[in-house]
Design a protein around this ligand. Structure first.
Ligand code: AVJ
Length: 310
């Protein structure tokens, strides 16, 4: 059986520059490593976003109104959505959308137990593709896309995603968490932590290929390389081949030259005005923005006009 991962790895090793989607980071081991990243002293986004949500969730609840339906793009950290569920007035429904059915079922079971009055309706789907949701109730539909996951999209993909979210959320809003442009040293440190957890997270892509695709990547022959590309306003993560080496996959051999890279992730950073302009182009009416005292992270309330509104 050839999986999507196998096909994409073959494509990545065939085409130059070599690149693969960061979605393949998140097998069980990768998800565990990502949770550790979120606890690192250098990796501020998770802590800052939680602080902002904690501090301002009352204002968010007032904007959402009674009986809202929370649609989360990617069933992420339960900690974040719990803040909303606890503060919103009688939330009617929680609709997490994720490609991993297993992760969704676990999250759904936990929340059903904790919130007996809440209807939990997981949707197994790729939220970057057009999707249909169960019919709405009385309350507003509030999208939730935290963690600056939107930073993994190219600007074109981000615009397309926001466009379909604006339609899906008509009459409601999107609560969007974005990592902000800042001192490049701070950005650099966040992706080059002293403990090497981000390096292990990056290298796990190759370890996962060895586990699932039967490749024989020698992890020691690759260097984690993450840097801030200021003109493009993004962190880039790469795995650099330390030597000339051949990789066997799907009956073929792929040569990686010494110094060649496999580009594994882009993590775009945003300005406040940049997010608002992008959201506006996608059909949202930008609302309040909340940030932390150091201006490291931003949480945006973006109104999704109903069909009748201008
Ligand atoms: C989950 C995509 C928001 O870009 O900061 C963390 C992933 N990669 N460290 C990010 C990540 C390396 C993270 N996102």
């Amino acid at each position: 059986m050839t999986t999507e991962f196998a096909r994409d790895m073959v494509a990545a090793l065939s085409a130059r520059p070599h690149r693969i989607s960061p979605k393949y980071f998140y097998d069980a081991e990768g998800s565990r490593l990502f949770d550790r990243i979120c606890e690192l002293p250098e990796y501020y986004p998770t802590r800052k976003e939680l602080q902002i949500l904690e501090r301002h969730v009352g204002e968010m609840a007032a904007l959402a109104g009674r009986g809202a339906e929370i649609v989360e793009f990617g069933a992420g950290s339960l900690r974040k959505v719990r803040l909303l569920l606890d503060a919103f007035e009688a939330p009617a429904r929680y609709v997490p959308i994720d490609i991993s059915g297993e992760h969704l079922r676990d999250a759904a079971a936990i929340l059903r137990r904790e919130y007996p009055g809440l209807e939990v309706r997981p949707v197994i789907a790729d939220y970057t593709q057009g999707l249909q949701l169960p019919a709405m109730g009385e309350g507003r539909r509030i999208g939730f896309f935290p963690g600056s996951t939107i930073g993994n999209f190219t600007p074109e993909e981000a615009l397309a995603f926001l466009g379909s979210a604006a339609e899906l959320l008509r009459g409601g809003a999107l609560l969007l968490g974005v990592d902000l442009v800042k001192d490049p040293q701070v950005l650099h440190a966040a992706y080059n932590d002293a403990e090497g957890v981000t390096a292990a997270f990056n290298l796990n892509l190759l370890a996962r290929a060895n586990r699932e695709l039967g490749t024989n990547f020698q992890l020691r022959q690759f260097a984690h390389y993450a840097f801030y590309n200021a003109p493009l306003q993004r962190i880039e993560m790469h795995l650099i081949s330390r030597v000339r080496q051949a990789i066997a996959l799907a009956g073929e051999h792929f040569v990686l030259e010494e110094g060649e890279t496999l580009h594994t992730e882009n993590s775009y950073k945003f300005t406040m005005t940049g997010v608002r302009a992008l959201a506006q182009r996608a059909g949202f009416r930008p609302g309040p923005v909340w940030t932390d005292a150091d201006g490291l992270f931003g949480v945006h309330w973006l109104h999704a006009p109903a069909r009748s509104e201008p």
